[in-house]
Design a protein around this ligand. Structure first.
Ligand code: EPU
Length: 337
């Protein structure tokens, strides 16, 4: 089934809550729907708008927004060791995590309470608390808008990296994700190495799936604003990856600056953009109806009535201040349209 809307207000379809119009929005279920829609609408410009948690509209959208509406979940393999579950693009991310925890399946529990749909998860390789979606994804199935065929990519073929994948690179503007398959383990494999996760889990009685999920939900809700209450798109910026020598030079004056190892790359380290913004004096900064969140400086918020342009002006200001203070360039993690 498919449904086409014309001149639609998309304020309630983006978590920043910015008021913009889209010329056309097409909801689809299947690859056949997409084939029909591409033949009928012949879009020259299009974008996939999932749950809208990582997109900032800075103007009205004149092309076609495609929104998946199928969110079924099926177990396609089950052994004593693991299961493989297939979830369609519109499946709510946290519902999948909640289900996995309830079923005693390990692998995505650290990614609890991330506002996302399953289809968006591989695009930016969502990650939190030492885990990334790529650790569990086995296959991503997408509709190729050039060949009009369904293609299946293995984990390796997705070229996952920190907040990166082939869907943000070579397949940008070409692929529409239909479903994702995840391998989840029946054996306990707690991943508690990040920040205050271990103490929160221990305070709840130890490393069970349920305790880990509860701990992560508690940490997130303490630090991150609920987009239903305060418009935002989670981390607005990526944590910058810089040469180790650059970080070492900064550490001379800022010995408490957090630095994280980059897997497979000895010469570079990842800095915490939130720390840089905070130390640039901008945590809680407010400019009219937009601001830097008071508990997590990596998050920009819409206090009500902001346009995408207002958010971008603030983003440029934040980048400038970080550059002035630390000489580091930070760039958006959010897709800016
Ligand atoms: N920090 C500050 N001030 C701040 C924010 C952070 O000093 O205002 C410091 C923290 O004390 C800590 C370090 O910076 O030492 C890192 O902070 P945190 O652990 O909160 O994580 P983050 O690097 O700010 C990343 C992800 C989040 C994810 C958390 C937890 C990115 C862009 N962001 O944030 O992801 O939840 O780690 O794993 O990688 C998202 O992508 O939307 C998101 C929320």
């Amino acid at each position: 089934m498919k449904r086409i809307y014309s001149n639609i207000n998309i304020a309630d379809r983006n978590s920043f809550g910015v008021k913009q119009q889209a010329a056309t929005l097409a909801e689809f279920e299947t690859a056949d729907d997409l084939r029909d829609l591409f033949m009928t609408l012949k879009p020259t410009e299009w974008y996939v708008l999932g749950a809208g948690n990582n997109t900032l509209f800075t103007q009205d959208y004149h092309g076609v927004l495609f929104t998946p509406i199928c969110g079924n979940r099926t177990i396609i393999e089950s052994t004593d060791d693991h299961i493989i579950v297939r979830a369609e693009a519109a499946h709510d991310w946290d519902t999948l995590v909640g289900w996995s925890v309830q079923e005693g399946l390990w692998g995505i529990e650290n990614l609890s309470a991330i506002p996302s749909s399953v289809g968006a998860a591989p695009v930016q390789n969502i990650g939190a608390y030492g885990a990334e979606a790529k650790d569990a994804i086995t296959v991503v199935e997408y509709f190729d808008t050039q060949s009009m065929e369904v293609v299946r990519l293995s984990n390796k073929e997705c070229h996952f990296a920190y907040r990166e994948s082939i869907f943000k690179q070579e397949l940008k503007g070409r692929a529409i994700i239909l479903a994702v398959e995840f391998k989840l383990s029946r054996h306990a494999q707690p991943n508690l190495g990040y920040g205050d996760v271990i103490s929160e889990v221990e305070a709840r009685g130890g490393a069970t799936l349920r305790n880990i999920r509860e701990a992560i939900c508690a940490i997130r809700s303490r630090k991150l604003p609920d987009p239903k209450v305060l418009g935002n798109a989670g981390s607005f910026f990526k944590n910058p990856i810089v040469d180790r020598t650059v970080a070492e030079a900064l550490r001379v004056n800022h010995p408490d600056m957090p630095c994280y190892e980059v897997a497979g790359d000895q010469s570079r380290v990842k800095l915490a953009a939130g720390w840089l913004i905070d130390r640039a004096g901008l945590k809680g900064y407010r400019d009219g109806c937009v601001g830097v969140h008071e508990r997590q400086a990596l998050v920009l918020v819409n206090h009500g009535g902001a346009t995408g342009g207002d958010v971008m002006r603030l983003a440029h200001f934040v980048c400038m201040r970080v550059k002035e203070n630390f000489g580091i360039d930070i760039s958006p993690e959010v897709n800016v349209l």
